[in-house]
Design a protein around this ligand. Structure first.
Ligand SMILES: [Zn+2]
Length: 372
């Protein structure tokens, strides 16, 4: 099966988290035929409500060089108004269209096909696939549980490739070596409702939240570690319990998302947010999503850059911007490189990837395996 057929077959599986709809079975079947040893692992949430399928596949023996490919087979919901059925892959104008083609069934198909070709030759070491089923909703029964299982079983690879879409405008123009941390904050104000013409008689919860958010939007974050983009705060939701024009609401909340480099941790961001909130009469509720991480695997970087240059004639930039990825759960003793298709239509309707990009991604991965 070629890379486009495998990717198309994966798109047909409606694997919207937590569903799998046969996606991992397809990958397992493909890798088993190539000689991989397959371990299917289902992890359940502590309350038993969530059940997530994961796949571990290995070729070669542990010890020595060990390379792991980390990817997720789940996708986000399709949403409305696609021009074609999101789960019926369509080839059009040199593109493959379908939910998950770039995030990240194209990456999985490319690495599967590259690895299947590569293992026909004799080599030392091992190649593993870690395919998870809940990356889009927090990775608890996915990457976090699967990586722990690998560690406990003594099967944790030393080097990782994460096949997430990392390229920006051309395949190969960007490779991630890390990501910023992410923290969500719910800011809430309880005031006193009243007529907007009588300020002495109310306490405006909406004004309190807006003033604090405006203050934090102008806050000068420390910026010393230039490997990461500057720390950035973005309001993502504002809710208040009033629709009338002359009533002051007594309850307002805002959600803020903060992306931060290694100048901070979740804890120190919380300290700043709390200190700066003094005097506004607010409550702050923090939800940690991930700490910043960065690794600089010189040897892997060099090989990757050369493979990309040879296949698509592009010199990649190595960066640590972008969103978070499951790389944040990989132990810091491992090396991580994140590279895949373009990130230009992630989670959008009519998600698409160039057929040539998918084929070239397979070639880059195969070249990497040969030189690794
Ligand atoms: Zn993804």
């Amino acid at each position: 099966m070629d890379v486009i057929s495998l990717c198309s077959a994966l798109i047909k599986c409606k694997s919207i988290t937590p569903a799998d709809d046969g996606a991992q079975g397809l990958i397992a079947q493909f890798l088993a035929a190539a000689g991989f040893e397959i371990t299917e692992l289902t992890f359940r949430s502590p309350d038993g409500a969530n059940e997530i399928k994961n796949l571990f596949a290995q070729y070669g023996a542990s010890g020595g060089k060990s390379l792991g490919f980390l990817g997720h087979s789940d996708v986000v919901p399709a949403g409305e108004s696609w021009e074609s059925d999101p789960f019926s892959p369509l080839q059009k104008d040199g593109y493959l269209v379908g939910r998950g083609v770039s995030d990240m069934k194209g990456g999985i198909a490319a690495f599967c096909c590259a690895a299947a070709q590569f293992v026909r030759e004799k080599f030392d070491g091992s190649i593993c696939f870690l395919i998870t089923g809940d990356e889009e909703v927090g990775s608890r029964e996915g990457a976090q549980s699967l990586l722990k299982w690998c560690s406990d079983a003594g099967r944790l690879p030393r080097d990782f490739i994460i096949g997430e879409p990392a390229s920006h405008s051309k395949l190969g123009d960007n490779v991630y070596l890390g990501h910023r941390g992410s923290l969500n904050v719910v800011v809430e104000s309880i005031g006193l409702q009243g007529h907007s013409a009588y300020p002495a008689n109310f306490k405006n919860s909406l004004a309190a939240v807006c003033q604090y958010v405006a203050h934090m939007l102008n806050y000068q974050w420390k910026y010393e570690d230039l490997r990461f983009p500057c720390t950035h705060l973005e309001p993502t939701l504002l809710f208040t319990n009033n629709y009338a024009t002359n009533v002051v609401p007594d309850r307002t909340s805002a959600n803020l998302n903060i992306r931060f480099g290694a100048d901070y941790s979740s804890r120190t961001i919380e300290e700043v947010m709390t200190t700066e909130a003094r005097g506004y009469g607010l409550t702050l509720d923090f939800h940690r999503s991930g700490e910043p991480f960065y690794c600089d695997p010189k040897e892997l970087k060099g090989i990757f850059a050369a493979c990309i240059k040879d296949v698509v004639k592009v010199t990649p930039k190595f960066s640590a911007a972008g969103g978070t990825s499951d790389g944040r759960f990989i132990p810091s003793t491992c090396n991580i490189i994140e590279f895949g298709l373009l990130d230009d239509c992630l989670h959008q309707k009519n998600e698409k990837a160039k057929l040539d990009d998918i084929r070239n991604l397979e070639k880059i991965y195969l070249e990497f395996l040969k030189r690794y």
